[in-house]
Design a binder for this molecule. Structure first.
Ligand code: NAP
Length: 266
């Protein structure tokens, strides 16, 4: 029997088969979850529907998380279709190209607001909108990145947004703890996705990561999907307010050296 058998899981942020949300969706399906998918933009026919069909997902709903009416409507539709839900995954982020290439101090007011609205407030808003249909022992999660804690060149306002997202995770966990609803974040190492392509210098950073991480390997959407299964399942029943790193150990290293630098000097 799968770890998520009998659980209703909603996943927000599926853009294509490279999306972290797709890694999570596939892992949830493998473990027996009943899946609902939400997406933004106009990719339904071309990208999202074929993927939804692969996992027998009958509930596919558009939701632009900058719009309160769309969030409320999608929550109503979920209530009608699923009754109650057990898992809510937020895999959404956005920042403009300028914000991810210029120096951080040149961030515009509009760019700052937009990035924080889509990448952070939406997590709070979705949790609020779905709260009334969450089962006891429900699990809520979001996706974050180490640029929240340390500087990742060009990550800029997204780093600031991820810091706020991780903090929101703790506040939401505090609020919902008495109801036995858990809220956690997964901090993934760099993965080649649409969102990542917008970050200046991502290719170099991706390569540097594999050279420097203790496990000398990049992270895959399957790795993140498996960690998400753990957080969604009853195996993590007493874990809340945490940031779980899926990063080949990268965040644990203080002084980074190449393999050459690690060789003993003669
Ligand atoms: P992705 O496939 O591009 O997913 C990002 C998703 O956010 C897309 O589905 C996008 O939809 C959605 N989105 C953007 N604006 C939205 C809005 N207004 N309303 C609703 N959805 C909106 O990239 P990803 O890398 O898998 O990103 C998923 C999450 O993982 C993000 O939180 C990201 O920061 C995080 N993360 C990524 C990495 C990495 O290296 N890739 C590492 C750590 C954490 P559209 O494309 O249709 O606009």
């Amino acid at each position: 029997m799968g770890l998520l058998e009998g659980k209703n899981a909603l996943i927000f942020g599926l853009a294509n088969d490279k999306s972290i949300a797709w890694g999570i969706t596939q892992a949830f399906k493998r473990e027996g979850a009943n899946i609902g998918i939400s997406y933004a933009g106009e990719m339904l026919e071309k990208r999202v529907k074929p993927l939804a069909e692969k996992v027998d997902c009958k509930w596919v709903e558009e939701c632009d998380v900058t719009k309160d009416d769309q969030i409320n409507l999608v929550a109503e539709k979920a209530a009608k279709h699923f009754g109650k839900i057990d898992v809510l995954v937020h895999s959404i982020a956005f920042a403009g190209r300028d914000e991810l290439s210029k120096p951080y101090y040149q961030t515009s007011r509009e760019g700052f607001k937009n990035a924080l609205d889509i990448s952070v407030f939406s997590f709070v808003a979705l949790t609020n909108a779905f709260h009334s249909i969450m089962n006891k022992n429900a699990s809520v999660m979001c996706l974050t990145y180490y640029g929240s804690v340390k500087v990742a060149p060009h990550y800029n306002v997204m780093g600031v947004a991820k810091a706020a997202l991780e903090s929101s995770t703790r506040y939401l966990a505090y609020d919902l703890g008495p109801e036995k609803i858990r809220v956690n974040a997964i901090s993934a190492g760099p993965i080649r996705t649409l969102a990542a392509a917008g970050v200046g210098g991502f290719r170099d950073m991706y390569k540097h990561f594999a050279d420097m991480a203790p496990m000398r390997e990049n992270v895959t959407i399957e790795d993140v999907g498996n960690a998400a299964v753990f957080l969604a399942s009853d195996l993590s029943t007493r874990i809340t307010g945490e940031v779980l790193y899926v990063d080949s150990g990268f965040n644990s290293v203080g002084v980074q050296m190449t393999d050459k630098g690690n060789e003993k000097s003669e």
